[in-house]
Structures are given as structure tokens and as C-alpha cells.
Design a protein around this ligand. Structure first.
Ligand SMILES: [Zn+2]
Length: 100
């Protein structure tokens, strides 16, 4: 039987439940740190290229894009939507952006 991913409450077939999809995408602002590379030695660039080429693919991908899915009961869905970052002050999202 499906259970709530937050509180563990059983969610039998036909009961109210919510699928929460969380997607994190790297935010590229268009800035490339060319200055960081201007004074880099060839050995530093070689080391960087080696590290990028030898990172496990799934780790590199998770740095750019990651998606998770949760199933929540109605009470947990309400609590999550009101305070998704579980902050003490739930109105404390100075940079938060919510889609309507
Ligand atoms: Zn729950």
C-alpha cells in the first residue's frame, strides 16, 4: 500500500493523495569566469578537463538537473505547500518565487 512520504500514513486506493514533483535546474546567469582561466596554467586546465571527463555522469547531471517525486497525504501536502523549506518563519522567503 502507498504511504505518505512525510508522515507514513497509509494511503489506500481511492484516498486523497498528492504527487509533489520537485525539480532543481542549475541557474546559468550567462557569466563565465574567464578571469579564473586567464592566469591558469596549462596544468590547472588539464586537471580541470581530467576531472570533468572522469566525473561519473550521474553526479554531473545531478549538478545541472535533478527531479524528485513525493506522494503526500492532504495534511502533509498542505504543510509542504505553506512552508516547503520548513523554515521557522514561514513568510521568510525574500528570494522565493512561486508559480501560480
Ligand atoms: Zn502525511
Amino acid at each position: 500500500m502507498i504511504t505518505c512520504d512525510r508522515c507514513g500514513k497509509p494511503l489506500p486506493a481511492g484516498s486523497s493523495k498528492y504527487l509533489i514533483i520537485i525539480q532543481a535546474t542549475a541557474d546559468f546567469d550567462g557569466f563565465l569566469g574567464v578571469e579564473d582561466f586567464r592566469y591558469s596554467s596549462d596544468s590547472q586546465l588539464e586537471k580541470l578537463a581530467y576531472e570533468l571527463n572522469n566525473e561519473r555522469g550521474d553526479k554531473t547531471m545531478k549538478d545541472v538537473f535533478e527531479k524528485k517525486a513525493l506522494i503526500l497525504c492532504p495534511a502533509c501536502k498542505k504543510a509542504f505547500m505553506e512552508n516547503p523549506l520548513n523554515q521557522v518563519e514561514k513568510d521568510a522567503y525574500p528570494n522565493g518565487r512561486f508559480l501560480q
